[in-house]
Design a binder for this molecule. Structure first.
Ligand SMILES: Nc1ncnc2c1ncn2[C@@H]1O[C@H](COP(=O)(O)OP(=O)(O)OP(=O)(O)O)[C@@H](O)[C@H]1O
Ligand SMILES: [Mg+2]
Length: 815
């Protein structure tokens, strides 16, 4: 099918409306307003009712519209999203068919593949879709299958799960507490310990360790946790001292358990893969949307729980660092929620999921959950869910349960009896949609999926699909785990000469002392090492771009005796503000000898001037300019991030303009509909009197552009309602008059106007769709830099960095 306007206007083609009275399929497209998804959706139906098929079509529509998704796949069906064959040829289907099924039907695999290809082509055609649309889907997004703990797909590293969460967490104690608790529960679950967060010593200890590290801005790793469990950097837990609370010998057992996990042969795959970086899993490096499928069918229950919890925590962290939006930004889909969101117990996944359901709306993240069984859901947690897709349910009891739950969760706009009877009559792939943004529930049949629904993929099949992708993923995570402790170690080997008791810096050279950022190990003397230090601030002002940007920067270089000039290009950036540095000599510490060559006045002055030149070069940056949106990227914003921002801005603008368009046309259509209805009524009467065939009553609007773009909202709510009352009135008047000829003419005129209006709206909608497509724009690079007079030296001299000698004689930075 040719690109339809709705594809670019945030309307998801989910299927066709079903007439509730006759249960027949109408020709009207059933379009779902993507914005409604920000209040989340739940899909319930018995096995085989077509939930996954429906949700796959929803994800396909999202991809076509440029909305990325994170897809949690406990059963293995979602990998089918990669089975898209733009040729619709038997050869393309052949590797993915169910050979068992072919045998059962007495067909050769080739013949069965041909039959399947034909079935798919026919199925698609019945829903006005074709190979071209499959091509569009494929090129709209990047599709990947991740397999945590396995290398069949792309493995995922969980290292990030123990890293300090983004700074938004430190400002929100509740959020931090939840993250600490769910990480600890998830990890203990993996060790086979079902821990009660309030009672379990293990849980309390690990929570305390994680919290202490994170609040201090430090990442934890499994390795560092093992170390910390043995010699915790905390002396007390609550009012108890640590030894009473959890004696060393018993702590060792916990550390051993964790160590065994880390040392287990298969475990490396949990650390080696692509880091669990949500932004990267939602967009490619060029800013294209991604559909990232996390296949967890191969994992044991505890591992699944652990992974899902860690993933949800990362999603929360990513989400909180996004600016707010009213438009759909991304989707989180979970194909089978059983066990992860139960009504009574509290598995580790439940807290982060609850928080997501409560907060994600403001960030444009739509959560979609599917389940077979109405009892698997915590309805309290679903209190604000905007959309319910109800499929065929097995028993009367299931239907009752679901409706009870829903009624508790949201206001139902339909009478219960009516709902029950509608739900009882549902067939496979038929769903009753209850959307709080619409006037009343609507019945529809899911459209044919563009993806070949082959059922759960085997590991070998996943391997085949991800062949080119495995190993391509950068795996910095593993090395990170191995090279702990990571820290901003200043360059150069620490000077090992005997330390002095006082720092010996030549007179006239300012000196600064860096604060301790790590605890001083007991009984170890701190040795300070001298570094050449300079700090500057600068401003970039560009009136044409309307930008004014200020920045401070500082750098250090390890001092050495043979240094006659300062090679600032080799310096490391120093992440402390001048105000954080002390001018007081610390007591009881040692100070390495100071190489003085570079500190002689003229050299030192030159080194400082050299620093300003260095900053001038460093401060140059490239911004990106969008002609389409008449805006420029922020300093420090990458081209990719800028594109992502533009995409969301475009989406918001488009949704806003769409709403305006809807309003404008709804009113005009309403008036014409009323006229049409009136005319129809007259003709109906006429035909009754003369015993002729019934004239078809009100026109079907669903198949027209009105139906597509106005949706059920505008049509059903404001216009059709009014039209029917008007019709009733009209018929009363007509009993006396009965002017059929005039009615016919009137009808014709109204219909013509409606057609003209339709064309007009179609045009406006097309323009709208074209106007907001940031994907394809070539962005212009703009280079900006400070003028030399706008760079100021703020400080310069020697900065002392603290180190502690470790047992092997090396020096560890405490900074
Ligand atoms: N949109 C669709 N297009 C084509 N076929 C479909 C579609 N939806 C469902 N089907 C067919 O119906 C079968 C069952 O549907 P589906 O797998 O979606 O059920 P389900 O509700 O997810 O069941 P379960 O709870 O067991 O996972 C699919 O294997 C497929 O053959
Ligand atoms: Mg399913």
């Amino acid at each position: 099918m040719a690109t339809q306007a709705f594809e670019k206007l945030g309307l998801f083609y989910l299927g066709r409306a079903v007439d509730p009275q006759s249960a027949t399929l109408s020709s009207d497209y059933f379009l779902y307003d993507a914005r409604d998804l920000v209040t989340h959706a739940v899909c319930v139906g018995m096995t085989g009712s077509g939930k996954t098929g429906l949700c796959i079509t929803l994800l396909e529509e999202a991809a076509i519209d440029g909305v990325p998704a994170l897809i949690i796949d406990p059963k293995g069906d979602l990998g089918n999203l990669l089975l898209t064959f733009p040729g619709l040829s038997p050869q393309e289907f052949r590797p993915w068919i169910n050979e068992e099924e072919a045998r059962k039907r007495n067909l050769s695999p080739e013949d069965y593949a041909a039959a399947e290809a034909e079935r798919w082509r026919k199925g698609l055609a019945e829903w006005d879709q074709d190979a071209e649309r499959i091509g569009r889907l494929r090129s709209a997004a990047d599709f990947s299958i991740y397999t945590p703990g396995s290398t069949s797909g792309i493995p995922v590293s969980i290292t990030a799960s123990f890293a300090a969460p983004p700074k938004e967490y430190l400002a929100d104690p509740e959020l931090l507490k939840d993250r600490v608790a769910s990480t600890a529960s998830g990890l203990l679950g993996l060790l086979g310990i079902q821990a009660d967060p309030l009672k379990s010593r293990e849980h309390i200890l690990i929570s305390n360790l994680l919290e202490q590290a994170w609040v201090g801005g430090r990442d934890a790793t499994l390795g560092s946790l093992i170390q910390m469990i043995q010699s915790p950097p905390i002396a007390r837990i609550g009012v108890f001292d640590l030894e009473t609370f959890f004696p060393a010998g018993e702590r060792l057992q916990l550390a051993m358990l964790l160590n065994n996990l880390l040392a287990a042969p298969g475990f490396a795959t949990w650390l080696d893969g692509e880091p669990l970086d949500i932004s990267r899993m939602l967009y490619t490096s060029e800013g294209r949307p991604r559909m990232s499928i996390f296949s967890i069918a191969h994992l044991a229950d505890a591992e699944r729980m652990f992974f899902v919890t860690m993933l949800l925590n990362q999603v929360l962290g990513w989400m909180r660092s996004q600016p707010g939006t009213g438009s759909l930004r991304a989707i989180l889909y979970m194909d089978e929620i059983f066990g992860f969101f139960p009504p009574i117990s509290e598995p580790p996944s439940k807290k982060p999921l609850l928080t997501l359901l409560k907060q994600a709306r403001a960030y444009g993240l739509g959560v979609v959950l599917a389940t077979q069984n109405p009892v698997d859901l915590d309805y309290k947690g679903l209190a604000n869910t905007g959309t319910w897709f109800i499929g065929k349910l097995q028993t009367e009891r299931d239907r009752e349960r679901l409706l009870d739950g829903m009624a508790a969760a949201s206001a139902l706009a339909m009478e219960r009896d009516q709902l029950i009877s509608t739900v009882s009559g549902l067939k496979q792939r038929q769903f009753l949609m209850h959307d709080i943004h619409e006037e009343k529930p609507a019945l529809f049949n899911s459209r044919w999926a563009l993806s070949y629904l082959a059922g759960p993929l085997t590991r070998a099949q996943i391997k085949q699909l991800m062949q080119d992708r495995r190993g391509a993923a950068p795996g910095p995570a593993a090395s990170q785990e191995a090279t702990a402790p990571a820290g901003p170690a200043p360059q150069g080997a620490p000077v090992q000469a005997a330390p002095d008791d006082r720092p010996q810096v030549p007179a006239g050279i300012p000196q600064y002392f860096a604060p301790l950022k790590k605890a001083q190990p007991p009984g170890v003397r701190i040795i300070y090492q001298p570094h050449l230090y300079a700090a500057a601030s600068y401003q970039i002002v560009d009136n044409k771009l309307g930008m004014s940007y200020s920045q401070s920067t500082s750098h250090i270089l390890p001092l050495s005796e043979n240094m006659t000039s300062a090679p600032w290009d080799e310096s490391s950036s120093f992440e402390a503000r001048i105000e954080e540095l002390s001018r007081q000599i610390p007591q009881g510490a040692g100070f390495s000898p100071v190489p003085t060559t570079i500190l002689q006045t003229s050299r030192f002055d030159k080194a400082q001037k050299g620093y300003l030149d260095f900053v001038y070069r460093q401060a140059q940056m490239t911004l990106w300019k969008s002609g389409l949106f008449k805006t420029t990227s922020q300093p420090g914003e990458s081209e990719r991030d800028f594109r992502l921002r533009l995409q969301q801005a475009a989406r918001e603008r488009r949704d806003f303009e769409m709403e305006k368009l809807r309003r404008k046309y709804a009113a005009r259509i309403g008036a014409l509909q009323t006229r049409l209805g009136r005319a129809d009524q007259r003709m109906v009467r006429e035909s009754e009197q003369y015993g002729q065939q019934k004239v078809q009553a009100a026109i079907s609007v669903g198949a027209t552009i009105f139906g597509a773009l106005l949706g059920r909202k505008a049509i059903s709510a404001s216009t059709l309602g009014r039209a029917t009352t008007a019709t009733r009135q009209a018929s009363r008047i007509l009993q006396e008059q009965g002017d059929v000829e005039r009615a016919k003419e009137d009808r014709q005129a109204a219909q013509q106007q409606l057609q003209a209006l339709e064309q007009e709206m179609q045009q406006e909608a097309d323009e709208l769709a074209r106007a907001f497509d940031p994907q394809t724009e070539t962005l212009q690079p703009v280079i900006v830099r400070p003028s030399k007079t706008d760079i100021l030296l703020r400080a310069g001299g020697v900065v002392w960095i603290p180190f502690a000698q470790n047992p092997t004689g090396g020096m560890d930075p405490l900074w």
